[in-house]
Design a protein around this ligand. Structure first.
Ligand code: SF4
Length: 469
């Protein structure tokens, strides 16, 4: 492979520090998830109900969105529709300009990463500060998040300590509590100085027009109540039908993401401040973002719009655990990103991503919404072959294989020959340098020597032995 993805993946595989950081956090999150599931009775039933609700809603998403808009307007919010990421950014820049905003405080939002909102606001002359600890560190580093719920999973605490020392002029430490204290001190001022708060939405409840936001740091609560304007930028797929459904999704999200029964801060927002309220913004705007989602909805991977961004599939994916999030080249990494990114940005630009999977199906097993990720990856692989030009070697290789595999006698001859050559090269059952086309395999791992007899030969031999008994 010589694609951009392959190059990024190769670089990531050789990055020892990245592996230390990835191993620490993915293993920990996996263990917490397993422990968290034990605290939920009938976990599988809850998953089934949640999936059913989400899939039914996606089946009539247009109607649900209209109902959601009506509820939001009734609650006093302004609703805006954005076909593209640029359109969403422009809407938010325009609101900020009209209202004389100077500083914007943001809580974590994947949608704003997707539209590159920070850059658009900065280009328009606004000061933007991320208030989620991980996102704040990403911003300080001029970097990009590399995990859905743990944006700095690629950094060790020692790296964070050095970064804060360099950028904030504080004494170096790798003590996580002290580092969090440094950030907290600075962010506190930013909450008070901001004129506009921007958040995403974990869920939007159609029944009531409620925006639900979950964080473990409480920063979303500050961002949505202290500035005079609150803007929500959310993908149109984030809806759930009712508050009862929201209850199920919250249980699944917290356990699947971090193993908690409930995320520490769960905010339910229904419009701007009303007469008699102690706090809250004067205005609330909700920007509903399409940016390719309706295209996904119309295709074979529509199911992926049910994703609740828990990150569990990343933590179990052997590919993600080897290369981290940046290698995927866009906002959404891991198995979910391998489906969402080609859907949003175009399969022609990301045709290699569906191939970034062993199809072991661990992602499907852990997904709280039971999304059939392997099926969708295979569908995209098929489309990639049909719609994009494949490398010459691959085309010739597949055609040759098809010719051999459909002629049993030729197949047996070729595989017998290949087996002999490989067995001759093996030492203690392993081949460290394979010849010809197989050489790429042994560049980064050893190859198990083939058995003396094929499966078919062993099968026939055993069947013959049984008959003579
Ligand atoms: S695909 Fe499933 S497991 Fe992966 S982030 Fe989405 S909801 Fe979680």
């Amino acid at each position: 492979m010589s694609t951009a993805f392959a190059e990024r993946a190769r670089a990531a595989i050789g990055n020892h520090q990245l592996h230390v950081a990835l191993d620490r956090t993915t293993a920990q999150l996996g263990l917490r998830r397993s422990a968290g599931l034990e605290s939920l009775d009938r976990f599988d039933d809850v998953r089934t109900l949640a999936r059913r609700a989400k899939m039914e809603l996606l089946g009539h998403l247009g109607d649900s969105l209209q109902q959601f808009e009506r509820r939001l307007v009734d609650n006093g919010a302004d609703v805006h529709w954005a076909d593209t990421g640029d359109a969403a950014n422009q809407i938010i820049v325009d609101i900020a300009r009209r209202r004389g905003v100077r500083r914007v405080a943001k809580a974590k939002s994947m949608a704003s990463e997707e539209t590159h909102l920070n850059g658009a606001l900065a280009d328009a002359g606004f000061e933007v500060i991320e208030t989620d600890l991980g996102e704040y560190i990403v911003q300080l580093a001029g970097d990009r998040p590399s995990h859905i719920i743990a944006p700095i999973i690629h950094m060790t605490r020692e790296q964070v300590g050095r970064l804060m020392h360099d950028r904030l002029n504080v004494p170096y430490t790798d003590d996580v509590q002290v580092l969090a204290g440094y950030a907290r001190e600075r962010l506190r001022e930013e909450f008070l100085r901001a004129d506009m708060g921007v958040t995403g939405a974990n869920f939007g409840v159609v029944e009531t027009g409620t925006i639900c936001l979950v964080t473990n740091e409480g920063n979303a609560r500050m961002v949505t109540t202290l500035p005079r304007i609150h803007v929500v930028l959310m993908g149109i797929e984030k809806l759930v039908p009712t508050m009862a459904d929201l209850d199920r999704f919250l249980k699944l999200l917290a356990r699947s993401a971090t193993g908690q029964k409930l995320t520490a801060y769960t905010a339910l927002i229904r419009g701007p401040r009303r007469a008699g309220d102690d706090c809250g913004p004067d205005e609330m705007h909700v920007v509903l973002l399409d940016n390719g989602r309706t295209k996904i909805l119309a295709g074979e991977t529509a199911e992926i719009l049910g994703c609740i961004r828990c990150g569990a599939c990343l933590n179990v994916c052997p590919v993600y655990r080897s290369i981290g999030g940046h290698a995927y080249g866009d906002v959404y990494p891991g198995p979910v990103g391998a489906i969402v990114t080609p859907g949003l940005r175009g399969l022609d630009r990301h045709a290699e991503l569906p191939g970034a999977s062993t199809l072991c199906a661990a992602c499907r097993d852990v997904c709280p919404v039971r999304l059939d990720i392997p099926r969708m990856l295979l569908a995209l692989r098929r489309r990639a072959v049909e719609e994009t030009s494949q490398p010459f070697e691959l085309r010739v290789g597949i055609k040759t294989f098809a010719r051999i595999a459909t002629r049993p006698r030729l197949y047996r001859t070729v595989t017998t020959l290949a087996r002999r050559i490989l067995r001759r090269r093996a030492t203690n059952g392993w081949i460290t340098r394979a010849p010809g086309l197989a050489a790429a395999w042994t560049q980064s791992r050893d190859l198990k020597a083939p058995a003396e007899q094929t499966f078919e030969q062993q099968w026939r031999a055993r069947a013959a032995a049984r008959r003579t008994r």
